[in-house]
Design a protein around this ligand. Structure first.
Ligand SMILES: Nc1nc2c(ncn2[C@@H]2O[C@H](COP(=O)(O)OP(=O)(O)OP(=O)(O)O)[C@@H](O)[C@H]2O)c(=O)[nH]1
Ligand SMILES: [Mg+2]
Length: 389
């Protein structure tokens, strides 16, 4: 979703049509975004099924072409021929030649190429704002608010399929709609061996009750007296692992019993326990969770998780981000602060071309006005912001 929305923005900027090569595990996720048309790459398309191979990259990628040109010491600025098809390899593991895509000087070469096959797993939209050739047009598209770029693109492009939407609305109406306030917790754990669930749970509770004070439990005795005026809160727990929901549900149930009212309700849609690649039903459940999180009023997300980025980006909310659990902690204690408020509603571009430096002292005079900051959760990552803090 992050790379499709970025590709769509690039297509708008360069007057191109976007077609998407959805794998079999993705075809059931979304509706067509434009009435009476399709964004599916035709099944019998000439390079379908070959575009992900190393041979395709070797033959057709812009990076390899530029490298060959350099090696052959040919005139650099002009292509030896106008290719009819080029691949733009913009994945996290691209090389310095692939990254030349992000130089404004490279763009005129691409204008002449009718077919561009873009491969990416990144939210590269922020980098387009750093390219002088696109900046004026992007400022016209997003004149004031630079933090809702993904929000607008994502809401425009990604309408869940009828089946997914049925699950979303069914769950929302049954559990979340009646609450006064909805809190979404996205708990992404990469290794339960390194960081025990109990530790993560303490961190989450510390975050929501102490650090952010998202949940302030009213005094139990006052609550039962003033039941009609009590604000009810629904907590949606999205995680592959079931124990976070189980523990939080137990904890708040006990509290509700003491208060004599359901002040806090805890809910979850599913718990798959393991991440599955290539499964349509697994991906549908993930989209249900992402979308339901995006319907919450407050979000707590896990660091470095693209799943969380999409959720808060669609919501148009700046999340509270849990402290990273990556660093091995011998003492196995809850790190402080348990979470921090993010700097923007935008997703983070984790891997990029590194031509840009966020340090104002290092910036070239006359370069684009900064709308970019370091990500809170990813070293060297960049994100769009409205103001530098
Ligand atoms: N239903 C559901 N699936 C999840 C959840 N968290 C992770 N998953 C699954 O794991 C996948 C995570 O991939 P991403 O969306 O890239 O998220 P990420 O956190 O960046 O994880 P990595 O890319 O694996 O580092 C999802 O597509 C789901 O299949 C969750 O809370 N609910
Ligand atoms: Mg990811």
């Amino acid at each position: 979703m992050l790379s499709i929305s970025s590709s769509f923005l690039y297509a708008l900027l360069t007057n191109r049509v976007l077609l998407v090569d959805f794998g079999p595990d993705m075809v059931d996720l979304f509706c067509e975004p434009f009435h009476n048309s399709t964004w599916f790459l035709p099944r019998d398309f000439t390079f379908k099924g070959r575009a992900n191979t190393p041979e395709f990259r070797e033959t057709y990628s812009l990076g390899k072409l530029l490298r060959r040109e350099e090696e052959e010491e040919e005139q650099k600025k002009e292509m030896p021929y106008v290719a009819s098809l080029l691949q733009l390899f913009l994945s996290y593991d691209n090389d310095d030649y692939d990254k030349l895509f992000f130089k404004s000087e490279t763009q005129p070469l691409l204008e002449k190429v009718p077919w561009l096959v873009l491969r990416s797993d990144q939210y590269f939209a922020p980098y387009l704002f750093l390219m002088p050739c696109f900046r004026a047009e992007l400022d016209r598209m997003f004149p004031d608010d630079k933090e809702t770029v993904f929000h607008h693109l994502g809401r425009y492009l990604f309408s869940p399929s009828n089946q997914v939407w049925g699950h979303i609305t069914g769950f929302y109406d049954a559990y979340l709609a009646k609450a006064d306030r909805r809190i979404g917790l996205q708990i992404r754990v990469f290794s339960l061996d390194k960081t025990p669930a109990s530790l993560i749970l303490s961190q989450v509770i510390n975050c929501i009750q102490e650090e952010s004070r998202i949940i302030i439990l009213p005094n139990a005795t006052t609550t039962s007296r003033n039941r009609t005026t009590t604000t009810t809160t629904a907590i949606l727990v999205a995680s592959l692992f079931g124990q976070f929901y189980t523990e939080l549900n137990k904890m708040y149930k006990e509290w509700n019993e003491k208060a004599g009212a359901t002040v806090v309700g805890v809910y979850r849609t599913n718990h798959e326990e393991i991440q599955v690649l290539g499964s349509s039903s697994h991906n549908m459940k993930a989209l249900v969770d992402i979308y339901l999180l995006s319907m919450c009023d407050v979000l707590v997300t896990s660091p470095r998780s693209t799943f969380g980025y999409v959720a808060h980006g669609l919501a148009g909310l700046t999340p509270w981000i849990l402290q990273s659990q990556d660093i091995e902690d011998e003492e196995q204690r809850v790190k402080e602060p348990a979470c921090r408020r993010g700097v923007s509603k935008e997703p983070c571009l984790q891997f990029h071309a590194n031509y840009y430096d966020t340090n104002p002292d290092h910036r070239e005079p006359g370069g684009p006005v900064p709308v970019i900051m370091d990500c809170e959760d990813f070293q060297y990552g960049l994100k769009l912001v409205n103001r530098r803090v």
